[in-house]
Each structure stands twice: as C-alpha cells, then as structure tokens.
Ligand binder design. Sequence first.
Ligand code: SF4
Length: 608
Amino acid sequence: MNGYGGSILRVDLNSGTISRQPTPAALARDFVGGRGFGLYFLTREVPVHADPLGSENKLIISSGPLSGMLIPGGGKCDWTTKSPLTGGYADASMGGHFTAEMKYAGVDSIILEGISPKPVYLFIDDRKVELRDATSLWGKGAIDVEVSLKKQYGEEYQIAAIGPGGENQVLYACINHDYGRQAGRGGVGAVMGSKLLKAIVVHGTQSIPVADLDAYRQAGMALYKACKDSDGLKDWTRYGTTIVVSWCDEVGALPTRNFSAGSFEGGKTLYGPVMREQIVVTDKGCFGCPCPCGKYSRMKRYGTQVEGPEYETIGMLGSNLGISDIQDVAQANLLCDDLGIDSISTGGCIAWAIECYEKGLLSKTDVDGLDLRFGNAEAVFAAIKLIATRQGKLGVLLSEGVKRAAQKVGNGSEKFAIQIKGMEQSAYATHNATAMLVSYMTCDVGAHHNRAWAITYDLQVGRDRVAPDKVARVIWLQNFRPMFDVLGACRLQWVELGIDRDLYMPALEAITGIRRSWEDLEKVGERIWNLARLYWQREIEDFGRDWDLPAPRFYEDPPTTGVTAGQITRFEDVQRLLDMYYEQRGWDANGAPTAETLERLNLTVVPN
Ligand code: SF4
C-alpha cells in the first residue's frame, strides 16, 4: 500500500506472542493513520471499563502516511491508550526519529497488549521482532536507558523508554525518546510501565512504496522551499517555542503561581532571547525538519544538560511555580525527562500543592518537611523526585494527578486544582480568553492546548466576546489541526512558518496515489473527534456537560496582578459557550452527539 509501512505489529506481553497483519486498506481510507489508527484500535479492541493499568488495556503506537517521508517534519507518531489519569481517551504525539525507523521496519502500528511476567524491552530490526530481558534496565532513568541501548545497538537504532515514573505508574508518566522528545500526556508512560515494558528499540531498512516518485520529489521540494523562504524561519529556529514566552507574558496568558495570574513579574528572565544567551548550546530537530525548534541547553550551576526547556515546560515549571531562573527551570525539566513524568502535569500538581500549603490545607508533615513555596527551586526538585518514585506523603498524593489529590484533601482545594476531565491544564492562562477557554473545555484528552490554539483569535476579535464565531473557530481548529497527528507530520511549519497547508496535498497524493483535500480530511477529523467523544461516554457513566467545565479559578477568581487583573469569564457565559459549542457540533445539551450527527458522520457507538 503506497505511503504505508504495510503491517500492524501485535505484541502480546502476557504470552510473548508476536504477530503481523497487513494494514487494511479500508483502515487507511477511513482513518488515514496516526491518531486515527490509534482511536480505531482502542475503541474496537479494549473492552468497556478496562482497567487502564490492567492487562486488557492496550498501548498503540501509530505512524501516518507522511511519517518518515521527505516532507518537513515527517517525524511524528502517536501513542494512544485508555488514560489512567482521566479514565477516558488519551493520545500523545511524539517527534524525533522513532516513527521513521518504525515505518522503515514495515510497521504502521504497534499494538502492545497484556502484561509481561518480567521487565522486557521490545526489539524491532526489520522483520526480526523480539522481547528481550530488561531486568538490568529496570529502575534506570529514561535518558540513561537510551544511552545504554544506543551504545549496545548503535546510533541508527531509535529508542523510546520509560523512567521510574512509568515503572511506578505515576498517572501522568511519559515516554521519552531522542534524549528529550516525549509522548507526554495522559499517562501513556504509566500504561507502558504497567506492562513491564521498559523500552522499544527500532530500526528498519525497508523502502516505503510511493505512487509517483517524481511528483513526490517536486511536492517535497516545494514544501522545503516554502519553509526556507518563510520570514519566520530565522526566529523560529533560533528560539523555538520559547519565542512565545514574552508574548504570553504580555497578553496575560503565562500561567503564574498556579494560574492565579497570567503575567509574571519575574517573566523576563525566562524569555527566549535570555534563555538562548544564557544556556542554549545548539539546536536540534526531528526527522526531516528544516526548522529545528529543539534546544540543547547546559546548566552550568548544576553541571548538567537537557533538551529544552520549551514553552510549556517554562510555563509550568517556571512561572507557574514562581521560578524565574532559566537554569532552575531547565534542571527541573531534566529531572522530569529522566524520571519520566510529564512536565506539564508535574508543574500543575506541584503548583496546586504549594497553594494548598500556603493556605494551610497541607501541613509540613503532608509535604514531607519541604519548604514548599513559590519560587523555591530546591523544593520543586525534591517534589519531582518524590512524585516519580511515589515516595513520601507528598509524592504519593501528587502521583495520582491534581484532580484525585484535591478530592483527597478537600476543604475547597478542588477549586484551585487546575484541570479538566482530570488532566492538568497546559500552559495558557485562560482568564477572559473565551475561545481558548472553549478549546480547553472541549479538548478530547482533557485540558490540553494543541488541538485548538485559539488564543490568538481571542486577541484578534476581542478576548471577552461570547459569540458563535469563537466556538466555530475552535471547532474548525479541532477538526483540522489534529489531522497533522493523523498524517504523521509536525504542524508547526504551518503554525509558525505560515506554510500554505495546501502544499501538503500534492505530497500526500504523490505518496499514496490517492487525491485528498483538506475539506475531505477535516471530515475525517470531525469523525475522529466524535468517536473520541463516544469513547468517553462509553467508559464513564456520568460523563457529560460537567466534565467540560473549567477550573473555577477562571470564572470565580480574577487575577489581582498583570494585564488580566480583575478579569474572568462569568459562569453563565461559560455555560453559554458550551451551549453554542454543543449546538454547532450537533450534540445534545449534555454534550452527547445526537443520532442525526452520528448518522451524518456514519458513526455508531462502538460495541465492546
Ligand atoms: Fe520537531 Fe520542532 Fe521541527 Fe516540529 S518544528 S518537526 S517539533 S523540531
């Protein structure tokens, strides 16, 4: 099949059985690849109410038709599972070089099922696929594991590994690759850890069949040329995502001290140019990327180095914890990466704990004697280690995520647990930014930004407006942006360099031999969005409108400082926004897709 590796690799960790099946053409037609494939297998193969950390849950890694191809940023793969953090759908996109090797080994999806009786890692070298003993790797940091497996097999082998956070099933554990790229959100690393799978090693040498080689070459060149000619290339390559730290600070979107404000008085020392000057050593990109946003940094004070920090980490482990020294943020980033826990959720959990401690809701004993206050980097480092190892009262409490932690602590602490659907909100403060608020409320994995980065639209048309066009913008983005995760390509060339999205279509056609338009792909995106909603409904009995509500902080608790001081979105407007969203989606008043919508999209509630 043109543009695909050609097989689905199934690994049963219970029995050690490994099998391959051809990738069905109908699956490629209807779900394209990446997160489309992941959701398809999740909804059909994981039984209703399966324990996310039990044998029945599956972890599905999928590439797309643009993965591993010579188009800008064709280095993305998608990790899908039932989330142990939220109990609903989770997927996490990962860059680097893993997906290219996976495809060259002839694999479109790896489906991991069951639980191994002992620690193992999966070794894939073209047609050779084996489970190998990982006893000696268990307990090691994710970066250490990558270093040692690369040493053993060679640089051309790509590694994805969990750290102690995944082994200890911290509910927001991540998977690390390429020394600093992650499948970060929703606890995919905890699921891998629950299966006693420490790592995956992959290498391939096979060709990907292409429908029209000349057209592929031309379409790929046109995309690279557009990147090269972009006015944004220079600054994007120099600063990567840190380019937005100053912008967020200025517009009141930089999470500050547990999202109690959107501007940070110490923010300037976290800005991209400061970081570049103080700690960045060099740039690093994913497979085929002409505009590498990754930054290798050296923290002289600690004698360490890390890939990062990028914007989300600066927001969540920097300003949101009151930390203004970029070396401290980078060091916290390194700890999260090596220990294998998501830096966004980690920052959200620690910020909540600091606020609880300051308000007297957690005692000194509850925080294991730490001097837990905003701005204290040493206490943050200690808290990260406790979380990843699930040690101490604080580590155990926070390892379950902020929603469960707040339910345990009670006393009103739920109000400043900044999460939606059980996932800690990523690094955009949404005080009085109604489109971005809708984006977070309705995101299909929980409070994550990357489906619909709508905050620029808020600023463009009036941040406090509560109007149908805000919701329409979010829906369009939600149908369209995640299609990059379906195709297996990075969206940042389109977002940041302004590459015309239509340039991707000739490449897709030349590779697969099938002509598709963005309008056609947006319809696939809408089906996927609705299928994910059905999955939540299937798994969680009381799932509905209340699950879409934001943290009360955004409608009850206006910031007292910064450019958004005094600003919130009123609760009745939050509800109006949801009404508009449901109506435009074709969902009922409780947020369930109506029968007409399901019929229009040719979707049925998934049996299982
Ligand atoms: Fe990877 Fe960044 Fe390039 Fe995207 S822009 S492919 S995330 S290096």
